[in-house]
Each structure stands twice: as structure tokens, then as C-alpha cells.
Write a protein that binds this ligand. Structure first.
Ligand SMILES: *Cc1c(COP(=O)(O)O)cnc(C)c1O
Length: 220
């Protein structure tokens, strides 16, 4: 196991080999890791960190130092929308109107606009969360009506299978949806790809990857 800095740099190098010069945003997924390790990643150059639990973020983020953007990448319950709106500069996992309404309300009070990604369910039954691909357009139309939310793209998690063809197919599907609506909604980010599959995701058009284990090692 190399150090965090070496791992982070190795990931960036690998990305370069498949990105064809496109800019790829790397979200360093810091869930389960203490603030000291998060700070080490920031010193190594991490620009964005990703957390998936509000309670953990609330406990940890005050001890996180340095300039870094904080993205929420986990499933967000409506009753945690207030905290999420305070702690994060992007919510990557918007997946219901109820949640959108709550984020909008909370951000209005805070006097801010929250950039969000729409989580799309590209793996069918296996995954509980995310908007069904056929409902994506209608959902964004509705969410775009809120004044304190701005939809900046899509997020997806590949099917949990070893079969690379199936994984690639999932990413391809999400990229197609992204391309279909990108100009209408002025998308900026297609967030897909994790430790196991980020190279495939980038080949299929991702411009934002969310990487934990390749940088920190296995989680306990
Ligand atoms: C944990 C997590 C990741 C990172 O997964 P790794 O396998 O550690 O790279 C990415 N996206 C989401 C939504 C996650 O919950």
C-alpha cells in the first residue's frame, strides 16, 4: 500500500491515458476516513472530496483544512436536506421531488443556490436509488422550476457485476441520456466511475469520477 499522495497521483496518471486531453474532475471519496487522512489528500492536491453520510460529515468536516470543494454523493433523506445545504457545495444524488423541494426551501433561507446532479438508476432492480431513465426529462423539467437549485448534470452508479460489458453498457446508456438533454439544460458534469470502473467510465464519456479505495485503500 503506497501513500495517499502516491495513490492520488497514480490515479491522475491513469486517467490521463484515457481522457484524450478532456478535463476530468476527480472527487476523492473520503467516507469512513478521519479528517487527518482527508487533510493528507487535500495536501496531495485533491480539489473535491465526496461524503455519503450527513452525520459523519458534520462530525468530520470542521477538522478538514484547506481549500476543497465538498460534494454529497450518498442517498439523502429529506430530513437531512438542511444540513446538506449548509455543509456541501454540490449534491450529486438528487432523486426525488420531495427532496428537491426541501433543498430548495433550505437554500432559500440560506440565500444560496445549490448545484445538483440528478442520480439516474442505470442498473435496474439491483439499485434502489435514482430516477428511472425514462423519467429523467420530466423530472429535470420540474426541478428546474425551483429557484434555489441548479441542475448541472447527471450521476450514476454502474451495475454491481464483474462483467465489463454490462458495466460499459450501463455507462453508455447514461452518456446517451446526458447527450440528449445536455444543451437543453446546460449540463456540465457527467459523474460516473468509481475505483473498479473509472477507466471504462471515462472511455464512455464521464467527466467526473468518484474515487475512494484506489486512493485510501480498502475501507473497514
Ligand atoms: C463509496 C462511493 C464511491 C467510491 O467508491 P470506491 O469503490 O471506493 O472508489 C463512489 N460513489 C459513491 C456514490 C459511493 O458511495
Amino acid at each position: 500500500m503506497m501513500g495517499i499522495k502516491e495513490n492520488y497521483e497514480a490515479v491522475l496518471k491513469k486517467i490521463e491515458t484515457v481522457s484524450s486531453g478532456r478535463q476530468i474532475h476527480v472527487v476523492v471519496v473520503t467516507k469512513t476516513h478521519p479528517a487527518e487522512l482527508v487533510n493528507e489528500a487535500i495536501l496531495a492536491g485533491a480539489k473535491i472530496i465526496g461524503e455519503n453520510k450527513i452525520q459523519e460529515a458534520e462530525d468530520k468536516l470542521p477538522a478538514v483544512e484547506g481549500q476543497v470543494r465538498k460534494h454529497f454523493i450518498g442517498h439523502l433523506q429529506t430530513n437531512k436536506a438542511k444540513k446538506a445545504s449548509e455543509l456541501f457545495c454540490m449534491i450529486q444524488s438528487l432523486d426525488s421531488e420531495k427532496l428537491a423541494c426541501e433543498i430548495d426551501k433550505r437554500c432559500e433561507v440560506l440565500g444560496r443556490v445549490m448545484p445538483v446532479l440528478i442520480e439516474v438508476n442505470i442498473s435496474g432492480e439491483e439499485q434502489k436509488f435514482g430516477i428511472n431513465p425514462r423519467d429523467v426529462h420530466g423530472f429535470i423539467k420540474k426541478v428546474s422550476g425551483y429557484e434555489n437549485i441548479i441542475v448541472e448534470g447527471l450521476m450514476g452508479v454502474a451495475p454491481f457485476v464483474d462483467d465489463e460489458t454490462v458495466v460499459r453498457e450501463g455507462f453508455r446508456k447514461l452518456k446517451q441520456i446526458y447527450d440528449r438533454y445536455a444543451s437543453e439544460f446546460r449540463f456540465k458534469y457527467l459523474s460516473m466511475g468509481m475505483t473498479e470502473d473509472y477507466m471504462i467510465a471515462i472511455q464512455e464519456g464521464s467527466n467526473m469520477v468518484r474515487i475512494g479505495r484506489a486512493i485510501f485503500g480498502e475501507r473497514n
